[in-house]
Structure formats: C-alpha cells, structure tokens
Design a protein around this ligand. Structure first.
Ligand code: AMP
Ligand code: ZN
Length: 302
C-alpha cells in the first residue's frame, strides 16, 4: 500500500475523515474541524492587524464571471459546473426511466448560472471592480471558501472539495509584491511555530495542453507563483500548503480594477490550503491532538 492510501485509511480509521465513496470527497470530524478553526485563528494572529476586509462567498460563483476569468483556458480539466434538470413532464418520465435502466440520465441536465468556485479569490475581482476605483491605500481582503477541483485521488491532501483561506491585495506593483513577500516570511514563521518543516519553491501549475506549457513556463520564468511545501505523504515530493501569487496587472486589466488615480491596479493573493495544513499537522504530530507537542497545542489553542 502506498503512503497516500495508508494515510487516508488511517484518517478514516481514526474517524478524522469520513469516506463518502468518492475519492477526494470526505466528511470531516469535529476534531478535524477544530484543528482548522484553531489554525484560522492562528492566521488571524499574524494577519488580523492588517485591517483586511472580510468577505465570504459561497462555494459557487456566477458563471459569467467564471467564463470571463479565463479559467477554462488554463484548467478546463479541473472545473466543475452546476447542472440542473430543466425539462418538462415528459422529459422527467424519460429521466426516471433512464435511472431505472441504469443508463445515462444526465443528458437533460442543463448548465445553470452557477459554477463551482475554483479558488477563493475568483468571485472577488468583479465584486471589487463594481465598487469603482480603489481607495488611496489600495485594497486588502480576507476570504475563505470551499473550492472545487476535479482531481480525484487517494492522496488525502488532494481533495475535490477543500477550503482555501486567502488574503488578496490590490494596489501598485510595489505594494502588492511587498504584501506577497510579507506573507512568504510570515508563512515560514507560522509553520516553524507549529513545528512543521517547510521549503519554498516556485510553483508548477497543471496548465492544460500544449498552450498550457507556455503558460507554465511564463509562470515559472517570471516567478509569478511560489509555494510553501510541507512533506505529508512524501518527503521527495512535499505538498503545497500555501501559495503566493503575483498576477501583475492581468486581473486589474481584465476586470477593470483601478487605483485611486485611474491607473490599472496590480494584484496578488496568498492562499492557505486548510485541509492540507490540518493533514500536515496530523501527519507530523500524530492523529491524537492531545499528544501533540505542548508548543504546538499552545500556538493553536492558547
Ligand atoms: P492554488 O490556487 O492551486 O495555489 O491553491 C491554493 C492552495 O489550495 C494550495 O496551496 C493548496 O494548499 C490548496 N489546494 C490546492 N489544490 C488542492 C486540493 N486538490 N486539495 C486540497 N488542497 C488543495
Ligand atoms: Zn487567489
């Protein structure tokens, strides 16, 4: 059995994650949730004084915003769309018959105006653009959302529905790159405070297809994205638990995000993979939180 399946089985056995019959779709125990809640409070102790505006979106977003975001150009394989039955009574009869027959009953399902959120910050940009120019000090937002990515796996750190906490910064190039550097430093400090080993590396996102290779090269060559990696199921391939993204003025241009003087805003976002961080804690300190090192318990629960 590989390390991923073995960790997943141990998490099921301990009741921390709950099997739903679908890879990457799990229930979480109260204990697991308590670790995430404690870690989110821990984030607040580092970022709370920055004065970010907290906004919470549901895990589905406006399909028109999703289309405009360009996600389907880069990651069509990961996207999830919400479909519903929109037929008449006759269609309903044939739907039920298909279900009885065990044949495909989803053909009559039509796309709704909702798409599953692929990253917590996606609904933010059009929302802020609608408000008009940014204030003189720029914009800083605190987000958290369940996100969907179609990447079924037996690695418990690769889920299909998972939570991302994000800070998003909008402003001048200097302002947002400083923000990103601040969080890279904080991320390292935060994990050291939890006795988790980390390394920071440039990221390699799974851009789709041949055109995607160019996007991946561009991302790497321009240092647009860094990740904070922690070993969870593999030491040689540690897991990205935080990401630090600089979008240059791409989102500013796309969404019409402008500074107070009308110049196009630059943006950056920093994401915490909350399930991954909880899993890193369970992997390194054991499945029984009462046995975790005192220092770690104190950092999380005071
Ligand atoms: P990304 O937008 O890919 O940088 O994702 C932001 C953060 O979400 C990553 O640093 C991970 O910690 C987390 N994440 C991404 N994909 C998954 C997944 N499939 N399962 C769990 N966490 C994930
Ligand atoms: Zn983001």
């Amino acid at each position: 059995m590989d390390a991923q399946t073995s960790l997943l089985d141990r998490l099921f056995d301990a009741g921390l994650l709950i099997d739903t019959g679908v890879e990457g779709l799990y229930g979480r125990s109260g204990q697991f949730e308590d670790v995430i809640a404690a870690f989110e409070r821990y984030i607040d102790t580092f970022g709370g004084a920055d004065g970010a505006e907290a906004i919470r979106f549901p895990p589905g977003m406006n399909r028109a915003y999703f289309e405009k975001s360009g996600y389907m150009k880069s990651f069509p394989q990961l996207a999830g769309t919400v479909h519903s039955f929109c037929g008449c009574e006759l269609d309903h009869v044939s739907l039920l018959k298909s279900m009885d027959d065990g044949t495909d009953w989803t053909g009559e399902q039509k796309a709704t105006n909702i798409v599953l959120t692929p990253a917590a910050c996606y609904p933010l940009y059009p929302t802020i653009a609608k408000r008009g120019n940014l204030p003189a000090k720029g914009g800083l937002y605190d987000l958290q959302s369940y996100c969907f990515r179609h990447e079924p796996s037996t690695d418990p750190a690769r889920q299909q529905l998972f939570r991302m906490r994000e800070y998003v910064c909008m402003g001048t190039e200097q302002h947002v790159t400083d923000f990103r550097q601040t969080w890279m430093d904080r991320g390292v400090k935060m994990m050291a405070g939890l006795d988790l080993p980390v390394e920071i590396d440039v990221a390699n996102d799974p851009f789709f297809g041949r055109a995607g290779k160019m996007l991946a090269n561009n991302q790497r060559d321009q240092n647009l994205k860094f990740e904070l990696l922690i070993p969870i199921t593999s030491v040689s391939k540690p897991t990205a638990c935080m990401s630090f993204n600089y979008h240059q003025d791409a989102f500013g241009t796309k969404w019409g995000l402008n500074l107070e003087d009308g110049a196009v805003a630059h943006t950056a976002c920093v994401g915490f993979g909350l399930e991954r961080i909880a899993l890193a804690l369970f992997h390194h300190h054991g499945l029984d939180v009462k046995q975790w090192p005192e220092k770690v318990r104190k950092a999380l629960w005071g």
